[in-house]
Design a protein around this ligand. Structure first.
Ligand code: CA
Length: 702
C-alpha cells in the first residue's frame, strides 16, 4: 500500500508538471555566434557575440584576438580566449573605442586559455565559457550600462584577475574596488575623450589571491563617458544584485523586445535564423546617453566634447542602415527611434552637421547624405517632434551645400558640381561619382518630403524635387546602366559594367543602376519600358559573377561574397543590391522577385557561425531578412509604402504601437503568392500603405 501511495504521488506531480508547459523564451532561439566565422578577406557577417541589452550602451564580448586593437576580436575558428572586453565596436572596419578587458587566470599569466565551443553558452542576455588552461568558468550578464561577471575558480594559490585598460588608459585597485579609464579610440572623438570604469568585487581582490575549489568571485562592472562619478552612479544598475536576478531581468527584456514579432509554423532553423536576425536588428544604434543624478538623460557629446542634456545614440552607418534597419524601427520600435531622432537633433545643435557614419562621432567612411532618409522616414511616420524636425531640416539643408571641415563623408562632398551641373563628374577627382549622384538625388527627394511636412515655401520644396531627378544625368541610354559622366557631358570611356568601385561604391554598374528608390517608374521609362526593365533585372542573375577589381588592386571581400553566392552578379552580401529583388513588384513579374527573395532567405541566411553572406552591418542585413520573412520590404524609406514580397512563415504577428497587432498569414508554401489582402481589401500595385499597416488587422497572402 505504501509503495503504491508513493507512486501515485509521483504520477500526480508529473501530471501537474505536464499541464503547465514551460514558458517559451524567444531569446533562446538566438545564437549570438551567427556571423563570427569571418576574416578580413571573407565575411560571413563580421559580427561578435555581443552579450548586451537591446540598444545597450555597453556590450561585452569574449575575445580570441591576440592584439588588443584587433577589430576581429572574436573569430569562431580561434581556439584561445584572451579576455572579456567591454566593447562599443560597430564593425571591425571601424574598430572599437573606450574598450577595456578582463581576464581571470590561475598560475602564470599565459595571456589566454584554450576553450571549446562545446563549453560555451552564447545568448543575448548571458555568456558562459570554460577556460580550460585555468580551470575557470566565466559568466557575464548585462544591464544597459553595467554588467555582472561571475568567476568560478579552482583550488589555487595563484589566482588573478587582470584588468587591461588598453594603451594609454589607467587602472588602480584598492581592496574590493578597481577604477580606471580607457582612452582607446580610432577617431570620432575630441581631445580628452575617456571611458571611465569602475569594478567592485564581492571580496577583497589583491593582485594575486588564494582560492578554494569552486570559489566564486563576482564582479560588478559599470562605466561612463561622462565622469568617474557618473560611472559610480551607473553601477547602481547592478550593485550587490544576485547574478541570477540580473540575468533573468536581461532575458525578460530580450523576450519582450523579440516578442514584438511572433512567428509560427516554420522550421526550427527558420525560427532560430529569424530571432538571431531580430537580435542583430535591435543592438545598433546603441545608447550613448546616461541617466544623470536628477534622473534625466544626459550625454557626453563626441561632437563638441561637452556634457549635454538629452538623448544620443551612436554606432551606425546610415549608408547601410537607412535602407531597412530604420524602417524596421519605425514599424516595430517607434519609441526607440523617437529617442534616436531626438539624439540626431541634439547632434545638429552641437555641431551643425549630422553624421553619416557615427562611432561615436563623425567617422570618415562610405558616401551619400543618407541621414536625410533616416530623418525623413521617421518624420513621415510622425515619430519626430516638430521642434526637433525644424532643427534636423536646417542641418540637412546645410549639408546640401557644405562638407564637414575634417570628415569628408559628412555633408556632401562634390556638392558644388552636383548643385550646378546636376551630377558629380567622373573626371574631376571625386571618387564614386555615380554612387554619390544617385544617393544625393534620392536624399534630395527625402528633404523635399520633410519640406512639405514643415510647410516650407513651395520654391524650396520644388528645388529639392527638381534635384531629385538628377539620377537621370548619369543614366546611359545605350547600355541602360548608370555610368560615369565627364564634366563636358560625355560618358566615361572605357566602360565596364563589371568594374567595382571607381564610379561606384563597393559595387558595379549592375548593382548601382537600381539606386533610384524614389522613382522606379521613371527608371522603367528611361530603360525603355517594362520589358526592357525586367530584362535588365533578369540579366543581373544571368551574367556570371565576373568582376574587374582593378580600381582596388585586389579582390575586396564583397566581390568574393558575390562570387560564392552563385546568383550571378547579384550581390546580396552588400547593401546596394538589397532592395533590388523587390523592384519586380513594379512589373507584372512579381513572381520572379518572390522566387529570388525566397532563395536568398533559404540559402544565404542561417543561424550558424557562417550565417550571413557578407557583412551584417549594424542590423541592416538582418532587417532585410525580418521584413522579407514578414512578406514586404521598404524599398523607398520616406515614401510611406512597403512593396510586397513573399512571407516565410505561415503565421506571424507584429505588435504595433497603441496596442494594435498585425496578423500575417500565408496559405500554401509559396514562394509565389498572387493575391494579397489587407483587412479584406485586395492590395493593388503590390504596394502597402504603411499608415494602413500600422492600423493593424490581417494581411493575407494566397
Ligand atoms: Ca556592407
Amino acid at each position: 500500500m505504501r509503495r503504491i501511495g508513493i507512486i501515485t504521488t509521483v504520477v500526480v506531480l508529473l501530471t501537474a508538471a505536464c499541464a503547465k508547459p514551460a514558458q517559451e523564451h524567444l531569446s533562446d532561439y538566438v545564437s549570438t555566434l551567427v556571423g563570427t566565422l569571418s576574416e578580413p578577406a571573407y565575411s560571413t557577417g563580421n559580427t561578435y557575440p555581443a552579450v548586451a541589452m537591446p540598444w545597450g550602451m555597453n556590450f561585452w564580448t569574449p575575445v580570441t584576438a591576440e592584439r588588443e586593437n584587433d577589430g576581429w576580436a572574436y573569430q569562431y575558428d580561434k581556439r584561445r580566449i584572451t579576455g572579456f572586453k567591454q566593447t562599443h565596436q560597430p564593425s571591425p572596419w571601424i574598430n572599437d573605442y573606450g574598450a577595456f578587458s578582463i581576464l581571470p587566470f590561475t598560475g602564470d599569466d599565459a595571456g589566454g586559455s584554450f576553450f571549446s565551443h562545446n563549453s560555451e553558452e552564447a545568448r543575448p542576455y548571458y555568456y558562459k565559457v570554460y577556460l580550460a588552461d585555468y580551470d575557470i568558468t566565466v559568466e557575464i550578464t548585462p544591464t544597459e550600462r553595467a554588467a555582472v561577471m561571475r568567476i568560478t575558480f579552482p583550488e589555487s594559490e595563484h589566482s588573478c584577475i587582470k584588468v587591461n585598460p588598453f594603451q594609454g588608459g589607467k587602472v588602480s585597485c584598492d581592496g574590493e574596488w578597481t577604477r580606471g579609464y580607457s582612452v582607446q579610440n580610432h577617431g570620432g572623438v575630441p581631445e580628452g575623450f575617456r571611458n571611465w570604469f569602475v569594478i567592485k568585487a564581492d571580496a577583497p581582490v589583491q593582485k594575486q589571491f588564494t582560492t578554494a575549489h569552486g570559489q566564486v568571485v563576482t564582479l560588478y562592472l559599470a562605466s561612463s563617458f561622462i565622469s568617474a562619478e557618473q560611472a559610480q552612479l551607473n553601477l547602481d544598475e547592478v550593485l550587490d544584485r544576485p547574478f541570477e536576478e540580473v540575468r533573468n531581468s536581461a532575458q525578460a527584456r530580450w523576450d519582450e523586445v523579440l516578442g514584438r514579432i511572433r512567428v509560427s509554423g516554420g522550421t526550427l532553423g527558420q525560427k532560430r535564423t529569424f530571432y538571431s536576425c531580430l537580435y542583430r536588428s535591435t543592438l545598433f544604434p546603441r545608447k550613448f546617453y546616461e541617466i544623470g543624478p536628477d534622473g534625466q538623460p544626459v550625454h557626453y557629446s563626441p561632437y563638441n566634447g561637452k556634457v549635454e542634456p538629452g538623448y544620443l545614440y551612436t554606432d551606425t552607418g546610415f549608408w547601410d542602415t537607412f535602407r531597412a534597419l530604420f524602417p524596421l524601427l519605425n514599424l516595430v520600435y517607434p519609441d526607440v527611434n523617437a529617442e534616436i531622432q531626438a539624439g540626431l537633433a541634439n547632434i545638429a545643435r552641437e555641431n551643425g552637421f549630422l553624421p553619416e557614419w557615427a562611432s561615436p562621432g563623425h567617422r570618415d567612411c562610405m558616401i551619400g547624405n543618407n541621414s536625410a532618409a533616416v530623418v525623413a522616414d521617421a518624420a513621415v511616420q510622425g515619430i519626430t517632434s516638430r521642434e526637433d524636425l525644424e532643427v534636423l531640416y536646417k542641418a540637412l539643408v546645410h549639408a546640401t551645400e557644405n562638407v564637414h571641415p575634417t570628415v569628408s563623408s559628412s555633408g556632401r562632398k562634390g556638392h558644388e558640381y552636383y548643385n550646378s551641373l546636376g551630377y558629380i563628374p567622373y573626371n574631376v577627382g571625386i571618387n564614386e561619382s555615380v554612387a554619390r549622384t544617385l544617393e544625393y538625388s534620392y536624399d534630395d527627394w527625402c528633404i523635399a518630403q520633410i519640406a512639405r511636412l514643415l510647410e516650407r515655401p513651395q520654391e524650396e520644396v520644388d528645388l529639392y524635387l527638381s534635384r531629385s531627378h538628377n539620377w537621370r544625368n548619369v543614366f546611359d541610354a545605350e547600355s541602360r546602366l548608370m555610368r560615369g559622366r565627364n564634366a563636358d557631358g560625355s560618358f566615361q570611356e572605357p566602360f565596364s559594367p563589371y568594374k567595382w568601385g571607381d564610379a561606384y561604391t563597393e559595387g558595379n554598374a549592375w548593382h548601382y543602376t537600381w539606386s533610384v528608390f524614389h522613382d522606379v517608374p521613371g527608371l522603367i521609362a528611361q530603360m525603355g519600358g517594362e520589358n526592357e526593365f525586367v530584362q535588365m533585372l533578369d540579366s543581373v542573375f544571368k551574367v556570371p559573377p565576373v568582376y574587374d577589381d582593378s580600381y582596388y588592386g585586389y579582390r575586396i571581400h564583397e566581390i568574393s561574397e558575390m562570387q560564392t553566392a552563385d546568383m550571378g552578379n547579384y550581390a546580396h552580401g552588400n547593401q546596394p543590391s538589397q532592395h533590388m529583388l523587390y523592384l519586380y513588384g513594379w512589373t507584372s513579374q512579381l513572381a520572379k522577385g518572390q522566387q529570388h527573395i525566397r532563395e536568398v532567405m533559404d540559402r544565404l541566411y542561417s543561424a550558424t557561425p557562417d550565417g550571413y553572406c557578407g557583412d551584417e552591418d549594424n542590423g541592416q542585413t538582418s532587417a532585410w531578412y525580418i521584413f522579407s520573412a514578414l512578406g514586404f520590404y521598404p524599398v523607398c524609406p520616406a515614401s510611406g509604402q512597403y512593396i510586397i514580397g513573399t512571407p516565410l512563415f505561415p503565421e506571424a504577428q507584429v505588435t504595433l504601437s497603441g496596442g494594435k497587432t498585425l496578423k500575417i498569414s500565408a496559405s500554401g508554401p509559396g514562394p509565389v503568392y498572387s493575391t494579397v489582402k489587407l483587412n479584406g481589401r485586395t492590395v493593388r500595385d503590390n504596394t502597402l500603405d504603411i499608415s494602413a499597416v500600422k492600423q493593424g488587422g490581417t494581411l493575407r497572402f494566397r
